[in-house]
Design a protein around this ligand. Sequence first.
Ligand code: NAD
Ligand code: UDP
Length: 318
Amino acid sequence: MRVLVTGAAGFLGSHLCDRLLAEGHEVVGMDNFITGNPQNLAHLAGHERFSFIRHDVSDFIFVPGKLDAVMHFASPASPNPNSPYGYVNLPIQTMKAGALGTHNTLGVAKAHDARFLLASTSEIYGDPQVHPQDESYWGYVDPIGPRSVYDEAKRFAEALTMAYHRFHGVDTRIVRIFNTYGPRMHIHDGRVVPNFLLQALRGEPLTVYGDGQQTRSFCYVDDLIDGIYRLLMSDEHRPVNIGNPVETTILEFAHTINRMTGNEGVTFLPDRRGSGDPQRRQPDIARARQALGWEPRIELDEGLRRTIPYFKEKIDQA
Ligand code: NAD
Ligand code: UDP
């Protein structure tokens, strides 16, 4: 297949490009580097089946040649208002990437008669009132809160994807991605894994927002990409949760990071409930198991062992 990957210079997009190339496909990467990093693609320079277009997906997209699949991953993804990469600080760009970017990439898929895969998110469930979250849950989202620029753009993107599927017959897929971590996350991206690793490797106490009793379920990137690849190759048109169902409190997670890095200490900062910080998040992955034969394999300690050397290297280079 010849596959367009938007957001290719980002954390997930770059791993996705690697997997597609490893499977023998040809990849056209697209990115405007707003939160991504050309370094994430440096190892693909000169690869005979990889090419790159620097472009903002919010503007009309033209890709010469045939395309068999379009995978739309371009969007800021960190909720942290203290990070320049946080979507709260890129609100209009985030809404445009989710809305106009999804419209443009669906248009490309339709024009090329290509299959389409949308990178959606567990954030479409908002601060969930149902636990764990399965795909039938409609979510609990504040439409005007600080996180709404991301959540509502992704909800619009899902609706538009289904409209193109139902009305135009585009062969679509929707993956709802839960918290994922691994090498190539931007060290200043502000999400909890980069923040904690940066602090731990500098010997600083970890900043826990609130009492740390809020939960997340962390998936290692290779597991996630495997689930997404299986979804692309399946004929599943319904949204599919991909994530690791092992749930941990943020405080437990801080202790795990400290243990694995030989660091000590936690600082409690004001909670972020007022800005919509979800209190519990855990994917129900029954659909992924049944429709894709997928489940995660890499446990948290192992995933962190694979991630820590990358952060060490980046901190040394900074
Ligand atoms: P990332 O910030 O590392 O990557 C996003 C990439 O998209 C960056 O390279 C950025 O430059 C690019 N981009 C953003 N707006 C663009 C635009 N208008 N035009 C072209 N390129 C643009 O983040 P990530 O974690 O790799 O997230 C990738 C996708 O996965 C996003 O759509 C995100 O919403 C989704 N997602 C990620 C997670 C996670 O845990 N990593 C969870 C849920 C959803
Ligand atoms: N968090 C924290 N300290 C940090 C960064 C994040 O306690 O330095 C918490 C945050 O409040 C949230 C969880 O960790 O409850 C996950 O946050 P992240 O930014 O990774 O993304 P989210 O899962 O909220 O989209």
